[in-house]
Design a protein. Structure first.
Length: 124
């Protein structure tokens, strides 16, 4: 009886952990590009790291339209060549899936008790 209870508790816990969809660490390339390893990463590396570091990519985020506008901007002002439509589609899908729009990009502020003392705090 007791064993059954323990087993049920473990099962409920596991189900809950899976249900909240804990973030899984993404695998990144072992070379300097540091791109997320997912379908299309080689095309991004080959096409997008010729003029600048992949850091410009990995530190950015956006949905497909945002990434497309960046590509157009580079084509209009930075000499990026017109891309084959299939290649462009694959690159955009990769970017939107792995560097997608963020709902937030900042952590919550620290609670006052975890902050260093503020020397400028007026005394009351
Ligand atoms: C022909 C050269 C060239 C290629 C190829 C190129 N870029 Fe760029 N890109 C640039 C230049 C130049 C900048 C501006 C760099 C800077 O601000 O220091 C830039 C900037 C960026 C930025 C930052 C834009 C911003 O809003 O700050 C992103 C993101 C980016 N590129 C992504 C890509 C992606 C994705 C590809 C592949 C489709 C790519 N780049 C291929 C030249 C290129």
């Amino acid at each position: 009886m007791k064993n059954k209870l323990i087993l049920t508790t473990i099962l409920i816990g596991l189900t809950a952990a899976l249900a909240v969809n804990l973030p899984v660490a993404q695998e990144v390339t072992s070379d300097a590009s540091n791109l997320v390893v997912a379908e299309g990463w080689q095309e991004v590396q080959a096409t997008c790291t010729e003029c600048h570091s992949s850091l410009l990519i990995t530190q950015n985020s956006g949905d497909k339209a945002v990434w497309e506008s960046r590509i157009r901007w580079m084509q209009e002002t930075q000499g990026l060549q017109t891309l084959n439509p299939e290649l462009e589609e694959s690159i955009l899908n990769y970017l939107a899936a792995n560097y997608g729009q963020k709902t937030f990009s900042r952590r919550a502020p620290l609670r006052t008790q975890f902050m260093p003392e503020n020397p400028y705090q007026p005394e009351d």
